[in-house]
Ligand binder design. Structure first.
Ligand code: CA
Ligand code: CA
Ligand code: CA
Ligand code: CA
Length: 316
């Protein structure tokens, strides 16, 4: 199969109808700096708080703010804009098409910073470090499928590429371990990567056709080698395409999931250097599947969430 033909970057005439917004969850943030990732929760009334993951894998609730449902700001993701930890909480205002963030310390909000306001037809897709300077940037697209990065340190927009009509951005991660985040793209049943370098140049790497009935569930480093991998799942089973140097190196099965489980987030919840999978069952029970190795996982329960609570950043 000719992946280059399927993912033709030169086909810029088609009208893009792919859903805006990065579809899959990505790394959450460590909001209190204890080496374990935490979770921001937002309810339908606009109450925003966090589950701070403790060393014994219980969670401690902390109130953050009242965002007031239907008003200006909604939770848009986690980022690292200063320091070494991903502990900024990014908020998005639909009415202003603007982005800002909370600075955090010890799990509490210490301040607010405006980041940028976007042009009317531009949407925030995701957050990552697209020039490898250790500071997160914004991934944006316009309604014609043009994808840009807004570099937050230099406040410069750089053009990355165009999505064809059937292409969707599925995730963000560093798939070749060079310290620059790359972009996972799906189209026509196949997956591929936009590998970015520090100057914003883009190289295409076709991966493979998705196995029958499997979908992409998220991105994370599931074998702890410092390169992001791709989580896939079908009706009951999940597993990982392990990635190195922008190519698939193997399959790591992670076993069966109960029916109707949702992958809500991927991050390192126990601080062992390997990403884990936050799952939410149909009855609201939410916990982490700690990844220990091929076919080796451990389930820990954090608590039961009603349907009024969301964990994923809002689709913008
Ligand atoms: Ca950066
Ligand atoms: Ca990279
Ligand atoms: Ca890996
Ligand atoms: Ca882990």
């Amino acid at each position: 199969m000719n992946l280059r033909a399927i993912f033709s970057l030169s086909d810029r005439k088609q009208k893009c109808t792919a859903a805006p917004g990065c579809r899959q969850p990505r790394t959450t943030g460590d909001l209190n700096g204890n080496g374990r990732s935490d979770m921001v929760l937002l309810n339908s009334k606009g109450l925003c708080g966090a589950w701070l993951v403790q060393p014994d894998q219980t969670v401690k609730w902390t109130d953050l703010a009242d965002l007031k449902a239907g008003h200006k700001w909604t939770f848009a993701g986690y980022a690292r804009f200063s320091g070494s930890a991903r502990n900024n909480i990014v908020l998005y205002s639909k009415s202003k098409n603007a982005i800002g963030f909370w600075t955090m310390q010890n799990g509490g909000i210490t301040g607010w910073q405006d980041l940028t306001a976007l042009a009317k037809d531009v949407t925030l897709i995701g957050i990552g470090d697209f020039n490898g300077d250790g500071v997160d940037d914004l991934l944006l697209r316009n309604r014609n499928g043009v994808v840009c990065a807004y570099l937050t340190t230099t406040r410069v927009f750089i053009h990355l590429g165009e999505l064809a009509d059937d292409q969707i951005i599925e995730g963000i991660g560093d798939f070749n371990g060079d310290g620059v985040d790359d972009i996972l793209i799906r189209g026509n049943g196949c997956a591929g990567l936009w590998l970015l370098d520090r100057s914003g140049q883009l190289n295409w790497s076709g991966l493979d056709a998705l196995p029958a009935a499997f979908t992409i569930l998220g991105v994370g480093d599931f074998n702890g080698d410092g390169t992001d991998d791709i989580l896939l799942g079908n009706d009951g089973n999940i597993g990982v395409w392990t990635i190195a140097n922008g190519a698939i190196t193997g399959w790591m099965g992670l076993g069966e999931l109960p029916a109707h489980c949702m992958v809500e987030a991927i991050s390192d919840f126990n601080g062992d250097g390997t990403d884990d999978i936050l799952l939410r069952a149909a009855d609201g029970m939410t916990g982490a599947l700690l990844v220990k190795g091929p076919e080796q996982t451990e389930w820990v329960e954090y608590g039961c969430l009603g349907t009024e609570w969301t964990i994923r950043p809002a689709a913008l």
